[in-house]
Design a protein around this ligand. Structure first.
Ligand code: NAD
Ligand code: ZN
Length: 366
């Protein structure tokens, strides 16, 4: 088992990474000295596969679990589902010492974490992420929340879990498209802070795509280490944490104008990453060779790297970028790469450059 620590003083916690961890859930929770009552929040896809094992492990360790199953998919990240969860927690008489287990992908993690942050003004929660994206990204760092009609993640909190258990076996049943989408975030970690990781991904991509357990364990652990270090230094995104958004400025805008659902998050981020690399080449000196390596790796991972946008949609994309909740004072700030493994944040990019990069990608397509 690999263990990564997220250093946040008395709110520090461990991320444990290994196959078969769901069976250890009860024992691991017992170490946290929490109350007996708990609720597993999961979705229909994950629940039918893994809820029983999680439930039994908790019950065997002496806990009294209840199970809350929400519909699979982004629509469950809503205040309506939050309300349903609150009602069920109250019905099952969860108290201040009780805890929540988030068993699922990023949707379940964000939702259950938000419920945990607010029910009774906050009860403990444990993350058991079951998608690659959730294992390397969303389960770590304490951003929890739900969507509004007006946009994604507009209501939420910073609320850290007490423990993260990444059971690598759960990735076996993840649909291939979801697995590849998670790889976009994995590749992002290489670009923002670890050239060696990036080179390993280039070398070991076939093993990773076959989901070989040793490679997966190494890679998931390394990504968690990077995220833990960043979050440890800047929990609430005053500065450094922004680097985790490499590729996300354009990626989020693309998700937004395409109507959520056309692209998976990781797919939009893949396109946004290649665009950000192109902008980096023009502004922050990213060598052309690195731009190519980034594009090639994402493509080899089976991710989209170009998008067809007519001029009207291109305008819409720029408008959506301006509406991103991370924009302040109407100014879009980019994370840009100097080379693979090193980025700078808070960079202003003139509209012409964004146009040029997007136009370039257009003209290479048509
Ligand atoms: N909190 C953060 O820091 C953070 C960071 C990145 C993304 N997010 C959020 O994460 C969400 C996306 O997460 P996601 O990509 O994990 O999507 P998801 O939770 O919707 O999971 C993707 C799909 O895979 C299914 N699934 C999950 N695990 C499975 C398994 N082991 N086997 C078979 N099917 C499985 C799910 O039911 C779902 O249909 C978005 O809402 C995004 O905003 C949050
Ligand atoms: Zn992301």
């Amino acid at each position: 088992m690999r263990t990564v620590s997220v250093p946040l003083g008395n709110r520090s916690y461990a991320i444990k990474i290994a196959p078969g961890l769901i069976d250890q859930l009860g024992r691991e929770c017992a170490r946290l000295k929490l109350g007996a009552r708990c609720a597993i929040i999961t979705d229909t896809n994950v629940g039918k596969r893994y809820a029983k094992a999680a439930f039994n492990s908790l019950a065997t360790a002496g806990f009294t679990p209840s199970l809350i199953v929400v519909p699979a998919g982004e629509t469950a990240k809503s205040l309506k589902t939050v309300q349903t969860c609150y009602d069920l927690l109250a019905e099952h008489r969860l108290e201040r010492k009780s805890f929540i287990v988030a068993l699922g992908g990023g949707v379940v993690g964000d939702l259950a974490g938000f419920v945990g942050a607010t029910y009774l003004r906050g009860i403990a929660f444990v993350q058991v992420p079951t998608t690659l994206l959730a294992q390397v990204d969303s389960s770590v760092g304490g951003k929890v929340g739900v969507n509004l009609k007006a946009g994604k993640n507009l209501v939420g909190a910073f609320y850290q879990p007490r423990l993260v258990l990444c059971d690598l076996d759960t990735l076996d049943t993840l649909p291939v498209r979801e697995f590849r989408a998670g790889l976009a975030e994995v590749i992002k970690y290489g670009i923002i802070s670890d050239a060696k990781l990036f080179a390993r991904l280039e070398r070991d991509l076939p093993k990773l795509l076959r989901r070989e357990s040793k490679t997966l364990a190494d890679v998931v652990a390394r990504c968690c280490e990077i995220k833990a270090e960043v979050v440890g230094q800047d929990e609430t995104e005053g500065g450094l944490r922004a680097i985790l958004n490499f590729g996300h400025t354009i990626g989020h805008a693309l998700e937004n104008i395409s109507g959520y659902g056309k692209y998976l998050h990781g797919e939009a981020i893949s396109i946004g990453t290649v665009a950000a690399a192109g902008i980096s080449q023009k502004i922050s000196g990213l060598p052309a060779r690195d731009v190519l390596r980034i594009e090639n790796l994402l493509e080899a991972a089976g991710l989209p790297v170009v998008v067809k946008l007519n001029p009207v949609r291109c305008k819409k994309l720029l408008a959506a970028m301006r509406h991103d909740k991370k924009v302040s004072g109407g100014e879009i700030k980019f994370v840009l790469a100097r080379r693979i493994g090193r980025v700078v944040w808070g960079q202003r990019v003139p509209d012409e450059i964004i146009h040029q990069v997007l136009d370039f990608r257009l003209s290479t397509l048509d």
